[in-house]
Design a protein around this ligand. Structure first.
Ligand code: ADP
Ligand code: RBF
Ligand code: MG
Length: 148
């Protein structure tokens, strides 16, 4: 993985996904539409990424993102899902989500159990939290891309 993919800026509406993020995993993921997913298919390898995200005019927050076919669930549709590392009071379907992708964590994997998938995602969150504290990444908190 070279750094030529970073930063990648993406904006789009939050759409309904497979309805599994919060129910089965306890980790909600805001899904982008197929159009947004297809717009970067050739540029970006599938896998798990970290960066910053902003819901409409809310504050910029840390995020982890999964791009791919979720091998554990054997999806036949490629998805791009952002888990924002912040507690929101309400859902934000239909709202504009802005994300900057700053680095790659790992490829998507299959797991023996749901519990292992959840542990891997929790580990991704810990990794992302520390990488996003690095000055080279932290500078994007105030990037003009996030201005309304
Ligand atoms: P879906 O399959 O429809 O994507 P999820 O169970 O993954 O359903 O839940 C995602 C939804 O939860 C998002 O679209 C958003 O409206 C809401 N949500 C609440 N908090 C968060 C968060 N911290 N990160 C991402 N989405 C969140
Ligand atoms: N799904 C997988 O099948 N394999 C993975 O390795 C995987 N890693 C993920 C990492 C992160 C940070 C996130 C937010 C999701 C990941 N997922 C993975 C996707 C997960 O299966 C998906 O969010 C749920 O199925 C809800 O759509
Ligand atoms: Mg989701």
């Amino acid at each position: 993985m070279t750094s030529k993919n970073f930063p990648t800026f993406v904006k789009g509406e939050v759409v309904k996904g497979f309805g599994r993020g919060s129910k089965q995993l306890g980790i909600p993921t805001a899904n982008f539409s197929v159009e947004v997913v297809n717009s970067l298919a050739d540029d970006l390898p599938t896998g798990v990424y970290y960066g910053f995200a902003k819901v409409e005019s809310d504050e910029v927050q840390k995020m982890v993102m999964s791009i791919g076919w979720n091998p554990f669930f054997k999806n036949n549709q490629k998805s791009m899902e952002t888990h924002i590392i912040h507690n929101y009071d309400d859902d934000f379907y239909g709202k504009q989500l802005s994300v900057v992708i700053l680095g790659y964590l790992r490829p998507e994997r299959d797991f023996g159990s749901l519990d292992e998938l959840i542990k891997a995602i929790q580990n991704d969150i810990t990794d992302a939290e520390s990488k996003l504290e690095e000055p080279n990444n932290k500078q994007f908190l105030t990037h003009a891309f996030f201005n309304n």
